[in-house]
Ligand binder design. Structure first.
Ligand code: HEC
Length: 134
């Protein structure tokens, strides 16, 4: 009897894994082959932005989560540029060139396309996944 239960669970696991593999990959095809994004990622690490900011909730908590800042229509590129280039009383200015700041903004735009940091409850599908236009 126990064998039957485990066997059924194993088969269900294999079928589900196969299904996820075959049909649930459209949202994960966010290939990073843009050199500007790669440079932005490098700068993000060098300047240690994550010590104060989070991506998907992970990181320091002095500044806000930046996962989806790129899609926030009340902010935008100029806004991000201003913060990153000049800092604020609480956020340091890193003395980056305009070009470097643009790389970081491209990186943050790429991160944004990978998903949502805060998924609204009404967007969660019964299967536990969520469907939201990126
Ligand atoms: C010492 C901590 C610290 C570091 C390091 C830091 N930030 Fe910030 N950042 C902040 C704080 C705090 C704020 C909120 C603005 C304020 O209150 O002054 C902020 C705000 C921002 C904002 C605006 C966010 C919003 O939603 O309004 C952006 C964009 C940003 N930071 C990007 C970066 C990037 C990119 C780096 C790395 C190059 C970085 N920050 C490094 C502390 C930091």
């Amino acid at each position: 009897m126990l064998r039957l239960v485990w066997g059924t669970l194993f088969i269900a696991f294999c079928l589900y894994t196969g299904w996820v593999y075959l049909y649930c990959d459209e949202k994960t095809e966010i290939v990073q082959n843009d050199p500007s994004v790669a440079k932005g990622w490098e700068l993000w690490q060098q300047k240690n932005c994550q010590s104060c900011h989070q991506l998907y909730g992970l990181g320091g908590y002095m500044g806000p989560d930046l996962t989806n800042i790129a899609r926030d229509s009340s902010k935008g590129k100029q806004y991000m540029h201003g913060f990153i280039k000049y800092g604020t009383g609480r956020m340091p200015a890193f003395g980056m060139t305009d070009e470097e700041v643009e790389h970081i903004i491209d990186f943050l735009a790429w991160v944004d396309k990978s998903g949502l940091s805060q998924v609204p409850a009404e967007a969660v599908h019964w299967s536990g996944t969520y469907m939201i236009e990126n």
